[in-house]
Design a protein around this ligand. Structure first.
Ligand code: AMP
Length: 511
C-alpha cells in the first residue's frame, strides 16, 4: 500500500491523539491579538477553517499563500495548515526590504499575502490579489461556520512550501520543498532527537527560516507543546525555559552566546539543567560555546548541519555514550564537528572538496529556475557549496563555504578552524577570518574581531593565543578590530563585504 506522505499527517495525529492538549502557546497581544493557548484540536479546526476561507476566496490547489511575519501563533498555524490544504506556504523573512519582499511575492505568484501588523506600514506597497493582516483581518479570512470540509489530499510530490534563500549578489532563489521532503525531514529529525509527547519546544528559531527547520511538524505529530517566541533575547529565553518547562530549542550559535551572556547575570540557578537539549546549526559553533553551554547551563549540546535546500537535516552530532568520560575540551572538540549522516542521507566529498548529498530531504528544485536547479543537482548529487572532510567514522567536518577558503602560500586554510582558535580567547565576542591580497602570500590570513563589552586585547595577544592551537601558517598575520560585523538577514556574517574593503583594486576576490 502506498499512502501519500503529507504535512496533514502531523496535524491529523496531533488532533486525534493529543486533541485535548495545549499544542500552541501564543505570545500575548503584540501587536496582533493573541491566540492564547490552543489545544491541538483547536489548531486543527482553525486550520480547516483557514482551508475553507481559501476555498471561498477561490484560491486553487497548488496556489501560493505568502506570509511575512515575526514568529507568531498564526504563522505557525499557516505552516501546518496551508500545505495540508493543498496550497503552497511561502514564509518570507520579515527583515527583508519592501523591495525584496515584493520581488518574492511577485516571483512565486502569490494569490494571498498575509502581513504581520507590525510590518503593515513598511510593506504597504507590496500587493497580491488578496491581502490580510495577521491580526483581526486574518480572523475574518477563517470560515469556522462552514460545514467542516476534510483536508485536501495533496500528492506527496506536490510542493508544500517555498523558502527564498538570500543570495549575496543574485536574486533570492525559491527552494521548493515537497510534502515528502518535509515528512522525511520531520520524522527523521524527531527520531534522532528523540522527540516525545513529554517535550516542550520553544521557538527560538525564526519560523520563516526553512520552516523552522521543519520542527513544527515533528512537534505536532508527536504531541509536543510549542511555545511561540516573537523576538530572540537571551534573558527572555531563560525566563520562558523556567516558566514553561521547556525541553528542546534550536538555533544558530549566536543565540546560545546571547543565552550564555544572560545566564551570567541570572539570579539563582539557571533553569533547565539536565533537562534542556539544544540543536545548533546555521554556522559552525565555536568549541568554546559548546564547552560553556555544557558547563554553565548544563544543557545537552546537539549539532546538525544542512541547508534550506535540504529541509534542512543532513547530519547530526549528538553526545554519544563514548563521550561521557572525556575531558570537557575534548568533548567540545568532538561535538564541534557537523556530525554523521542522518538516517537515509548519503554524503560524499567531491575532488574539489565540496560536500555533496543525496537523500529524501533534498529539494525538488528552485521555483521557476531550471538553470539553478540543474546546477545544484548536477550528476545526481546536491551540491552544498560547503567545503568539508569526512573521517573514518562517517563524521563530517565543515571547513568553509567554498568561496571562503583562504589560500595562503599555496596552502588551503579553513577560515572556520582559525575562527574557532581566535574565538577561544575570552575577550573575543565575534570573529570573521578572511583572506586579503598580499604579494608574498597570495592571500594573507586576516582576523576581523569584535571585542566583548568591557574587554580588551591587542592584535599581538590574539596572535599569541592562537600559537599552539593551530598550525603556524594558519595563524592570522593581521588582526583588525571593528564595532560590528556585516550580517545577512538570517544572521550569517557577510564575508564578501568584509573582503571588499581590502580588495578594491583587485578584479576578483581571490588571488
Ligand atoms: P541556510 O540555507 O540559510 O540555512 O544556510 C545553510 C548554510 O549554513 C550551509 O550551507 C552552511 O554554510 C551553513 N551551516 C549550516 N549548518 C552548519 C553547521 N553545523 N556548521 C557549519 N556551517 C553550517
Amino acid at each position: 500500500m502506498r499512502v501519500p506522505l503529507t504535512t496533514r499527517d502531523f496535524l491529523d495525529r496531533a488532533e486525534l491523539v493529543y486533541g485535548d492538549r495545549v499544542g500552541i502557546v501564543d505570545e500575548p497581544d503584540q501587536p496582533a491579538p493573541s491566540l492564547g493557548d490552543l489545544t491541538y484540536r483547536e489548531v486543527a479546526r482553525r486550520g480547516r477553517a483557514l482551508q475553507a476561507g481559501l476555498d471561498a476566496l477561490g484560491v486553487g490547489q497548488g496556489e501560493r499563500v505568502a506570509i511575512v511575519s515575526h514568529n507568531a501563533g498564526r504563522l505557525l498555524e499557516c505552516l501546518l495548515a496551508v500545505p495540508s490544504s493543498g496550497r503552497v506556504a511561502v514564509p518570507i523573512n520579515f527583515r527583508l526590504s519592501p523591495e525584496e519582499v515584493g520581488y518574492i511575492v511577485g516571483h512565486c505568484g502569490a494569490k494571498v499575502l498575509l502581513v504581520d501588523p507590525e510590518l503593515e506600514t513598511s510593506l504597504k506597497g507590496v500587493q497580491a490579489d488578496h491581502r490580510f493582516s495577521t491580526g483581526e483581518e486574518y480572523e475574518q479570512l477563517l470560515r469556522p461556520d462552514t460545514e467542516p470540509v476534510p483536508w485536501a489530499e495533496p500528492d506527496e510530490d506536490a510542493t508544500a512550501t517555498i523558502n527564498y534563500t538570500s543570495g549575496t549578489t543574485a536574486r533570492p532563489k525559491g527552494v521548493q520543498m515537497t510534502h515528502r521532503n518535509e515528512w522525511v525531514n520531520a520524522v527523521t529529525f524527531a527520531m534522532h532527537m528523540q522527540v516525545s509527547d513529554r517535550d516542550v519546544y520553544l521557538h527560538t528559531l525564526p519560523m520563516f527560516h526553512c520552516n523552522g527547520w521543519g520542527l513544527p511538524y515533528s512537534m505536532a505529530g508527536l504531541g509536543a507543546r510549542q511555545v511561540v517566541l516573537r523576538k530572540v533575547d537571551g534573558a527572555e529565553i531563560l525566563r520562558r525555559v523556567e516558566q514553561h518547562g521547556v525541553t528542546v530549542m534550536a538555533g544558530a550559535p549566536a543565540v546560545w552566546n546571547a543565552v550564555l551572556d544572560a545566564a551570567a547575570e541570572w539570579d539563582g540557578e539557571v533553569p533547565g539543567r539536565d533537562r534542556v537539549r539544544i540543536i545548533v546549526a546555521g554556522a559552525p559553533p565555536p568549541s568554546r560555546t559548546i564547552a560553556r553551554v555544557e558547563a554553565e547551563l548544563g544543557w545537552e549540546f546537539n549539532q546538525i548541519y544542512g541547508l534550506t535546500e535540504t529541509a534542512p537535516l543532513l547530519t547530526i552530532n549528538r553526545p554519544r555514550a563514548e563521550y561521557d568520560e572525556l575531558e570537557p575540551e575534548e568533548r567540545a572538540k568532538r561535538l564541534s564537528r557537523a556530525g554523521v549522516p542522518a538516517l537515509g542521507t548519503r554524503l560524499a566529498v567531491s575532488d574539489s572538496g565540496e560536500v555533496l548529498a543525496q537523500g529524501n530531504t533534498v529539494l525538488a528544485g528552485y521555483w521557476e529556475n531550471p538553470d539553478a536547479s540543474g546546477e545544484a543537482l548536477e550528476g545526481g548529487w546536491f551540491h552544498t557549496g560547503d567545503g568539508g572532510t569526512l573521517d573514518d567514522g562517517g563524521y563530517l567536518t565543515i571547513s568553509d563555504r567554498k568561496k571562503d577558503v583562504i589560500i595562503t602560500g599555496g596552502e588551503n586554510v579553513s577560515s572556520i578552524e582559525v575562527e574557532d582558535a581566535v574565538f577561544s580567547h575570552p575577550a573575543v565576542a565575534e570573529v570573521a577570518v578572511i583572506g586579503v591580497p598580499d604579494d608574498k602570500w597570495g592571500e594573507m590570513v586576516t582576523a576581523i574581531v569584535v571585542l566583548a563589552e568591557g574587554q580588551q586585547a591587542t592584535a599581538e595577544e590574539i596572535v599569541a593565543h592562537c600559537r599552539g592551537r593551530i598550525a603556524g601558517y594558519k595563524i592570522p598575520k593581521r588582526v583588525e578590530f571593528r564595532d560590528e560585523l556585516a550580517r545577512t538577514a538570517t544572521g550569517k556574517i557577510q564575508k564578501f563585504k568584509l573582503r571588499e574593503a581590502f580588495w578594491t583594486d583587485a578584479e576578483r576576490q581571490v588571488n
